[in-house]
Design a binder for this molecule. Structure first.
Ligand code: NAD
Length: 247
């Protein structure tokens, strides 16, 4: 247990996969958790699912690419809870087509969610964190941000940007006692992976020294640690949580 009692945590892309498990983990550790999703229905389903586990959370579905909408939602949350301690920028989409089969719109769509949305939500919470000289921003990167991948160019490109954003923003915000870190999951057991072709996944698993695919809780645990005071001297890192799959 890490005690998050009294702390307010926002998780984007919190309706399923790594995000939902991160919501669950923070909630189990006594945080007040607000999840963001892309639509009302999936947000409501996630809230209901957690309720059956006796975990009460709140949810919103702002368009993460519309800064005004994001800012309005963050302001509403701040008004209600009076603080925002941890932001987990987790919403993300992937790709696997070759560059010649990728349209400009598809490339932009990935950058919009994986990079611009992270900028928008961070920008909206930072004034509140600065005010109290305290806060943590955590971003979901990927192992492809270190090694690239042989197709789906927008995805690794966006995750290299996540790392750059993390390291630079950590420097900018350190004087305000705001820490910024990223977690770089290896292949993790979520819908995102279920949608990838078997031929892509199976050879990948064979290259993992810890000999298994990651579970969403492996990633959630890293967020729990980095968001806590146990990590109070850690900022600007991209923490690999990948079973040592460094290829
Ligand atoms: P997932 O597809 O299960 O979940 C994605 C989440 O993003 C969902 O909650 C969804 O609501 C949200 N989302 C999708 N489109 C959105 C939009 N337009 N607006 C707002 N929210 C939107 O994926 P996951 O595997 O849990 O991935 C979560 C994060 O982890 C992503 O950033 C992904 O790049 C990263 N990641 C995943 C893996 C993996 O193997 N699963 C590996 C490395 C990194």
């Amino acid at each position: 247990m890490i005690n998050y009692e009294g702390k307010v945590v926002i998780v984007t892309g919190g309706t399923r996969g790594i995000g939902l498990e991160t919501v669950r983990a923070f909630k189990e550790n006594k945080a007040k958790v607000i999840l963001f999703g892309s639509k009302q229905e999936t947000v409501q389903n996630a809230i209901e699912k957690l309720k059956t586990e006796n975990l009460e959370v709140e949810g919103y579905y702002p368009n993460l690419n519309n800064y005004e909408e994001v800012e309005k939602t963050i302001n509403e949350i701040y008004k209600k809870y009076g603080r925002i301690d941890v932001l987990v920028n987790n919403a993300g989409i992937s790709a696997n087509k070759t560059i010649d089969n990728t349209t400009c719109e598809e490339f932009e769509k990935i950058m919009n969610l994986n990079v611009n949305a992270m900028f928008n939500v961070s920008k909206a919470v930072i004034p509140y964190m600065k005010e109290v000289r305290n806060g943590v921003i955590l971003n979901t990167s990927s192992m492809v941000s270190k090694y690239g991948q042989p197709a789906g160019i927008g995805y690794p490109t966006s995750k290299f940007a996540v790392n750059g954003f993390t390291i630079s923003l950590a420097r900018e915000l350190a004087p305000f006692n705001i820490r910024v870190n990223a977690v770089a999951p290896g292949i993790t057991n979520t819908d995102m992976v279920a949608n990838l072709p078997k031929e892509m996944i199976e050879p990948l698993i064979k290259t993992i020294p810890l000999a298994r695919i990651g579970e969403p809780r492996d990633i959630a645990n890293a967020f729990l640690f980095l968001g806590s005071d146990m990590a109070s001297y850690i900022s600007g890192v991209v923490l690999s949580v990948d079973g040592l799959a460094r290829t």
